[in-house]
Design a protein around this ligand. Structure first.
Ligand SMILES: [Zn+2]
Length: 409
């Protein structure tokens, strides 16, 4: 059996007035997804426990069959794994965004989608000023950079240290969302000091001249120590490959022991090369048991409040990723596909949300459940409901399981 998992990040949404009460998934033209729904099974799952912040780190762990309440230690350690940065057992990894603050408000958690080259220059300037023994800055992809805090005794932070994901406070006053708890003052000091270092930097001057948002400061969040995850192959018995433009998701894959495939043109934004990603996934399945294709674009469209961009992203995923997989996989023998977002990201709030996401499973051994489309409404009416969501993976992989014959609670 060959398995494919397609993750349209954040695609789950609400009915839209401007779409005549339909959700973006319902409004998008997705013939391949709907064909999977007609021949297979649609359901819903809850990937984010209420005690954790809804984001791709927690939600993809669930989607891949791991209980985040047991294994999640924070977002940054997963990204460090993606970058090949080794964390000692007492060290802390901390996400270091470049952000644009105006009048004390979080105007842009991406600093105007600052490029990786620009970010590298800014990190190069910050490191010698703010870094010291045991504090290391690492540039990453665009606005997503890392700070590693080496520690001999597990301090100065603690599991109780609370930080705020900047993408969930659009246009909010940052003073209300600064780090709290053990070691928080150290993080706040670094964030404040970064303002002076960045203010007159040539990269920011040039951005202002081009009419782009400057990176006014760093925003530190998502800290955590290295998680211990049982490899996917030993837990579920299959070797995986993952294709994604997002460091965080790469890191989850790497920690599960999956091969992380770099595909030119695959990005974490709306300019993603869907066709290249889809073709690479089809090719990778010749060798691998399981291929996971993660596409960030629908989530980014939601963060920007762009309904049309979200629909366009969903249609591109259907045409260039789900379509080729659906056509090619049967030629490899037995096959099964799962399409599911990690978490909802409503266009209305422009932020990640808790709640159910719709999934569709089709392929060998999956009987038709009488569904006619892949969307939130079909999923809500289905008897297939996984809460907690991490239990879905074992079912998906179970070759003997006749999916629609059993109603889960
Ligand atoms: Zn997001």
């Amino acid at each position: 059996m060959k398995y494919a998992i397609v993750i349209p990040d954040g695609c789950a949404d609400e009915p839209q007035e401007s779409l005549g009460g339909r959700t973006p998934l319902q409004a998008a033209r997705t013939p391949h997804l709907d064909a999977l729904a007609r021949t297979g099974c649609v359901g819903r799952s809850n990937n984010v426990p209420s005690s954790l912040t809804p984001a791709s780190d927690v939600a993809t762990l669930s989607l891949f069959g791991y209980d985040p309440l047991e294994c999640y230690t924070g977002r940054a350690p997963l990204e460090a794994a993606a970058r090949g940065i080794r964390l000692g057992p007492q060290d802390w990894a901390i996400r270091c965004n470049f952000v644009s603050i105006e009048d004390g408000l979080m105007r842009d958690f991406t600093a105007g989608h600052i490029s990786s080259e620009e970010a590298r220059e800014l990190i190069g300037k910050l490191a010698p000023v703010l870094g010291r023994e045991g504090i290391e800055f690492y540039s990453g992809v665009g606005y997503r950079n890392l700070l590693i805090w080496r520690s001999a005794d597990g301090g100065p932070f603690h599991a109780e240290t609370r930080t705020q994901p900047p993408h969930d406070i659009p246009d909010q006053p940052i003073a209300d969302y600064l780090p709290r708890g053990p070691g928080a003052d150290l993080l706040v000091t670094l964030m404040h000091r970064s303002r002076d270092v960045l203010a007159e930097h040539p990269v920011n001057k040039a951005r202002r001249q081009r009419g782009q948002r400057p990176a006014t400061q760093i925003w530190l969040w998502g800290l955590g120590q290295a998680p211990r995850l049982e490899p996917f192959a030993s837990r579920y018995g299959f070797k995986g490959v993952i294709l994604t433009g997002v460091d965080l998701v790469r890191g989850v894959g790497a920690l599960l022991g999956w091969e992380v495939l770099d595909v030119p043109g695959v990005t974490d934004y709306l300019d993603n090369d869907y066709a290249a990603q889809g073709q690479a996934a089809v090719e990778a399945l010749r060798e691998a048991d399981l291929v996971c294709v993660h596409v960030e674009a629908p989530d980014e469209a939601s963060h920007e409040g762009r309904l049309d961009a979200k629909i366009a992203a969903l249609e591109a995923i259907d045409e260039h990723i789900v379509g080729p997989l659906r056509k090619q996989m049967p030629s490899y023998g037995e096959w099964r596909i799962l399409v599911s977002p990690d978490h909802p990201t409503p266009v209305r709030t422009r932020a990640h949300a808790h709640g159910f996401v719709p999934w569709v499973i089709a392929g060998s051994g999956v009987a038709s459940g009488g569904f006619f489309a892949y969307d939130e409404v079909q999923a809500a009416g289905s008897c297939h409901c996984f809460d907690p969501g991490w239990q879905l993976m074992a079912r998906f992989l179970d070759r003997d399981f006749l999916f629609s014959a059993v109603g889960e609670s």
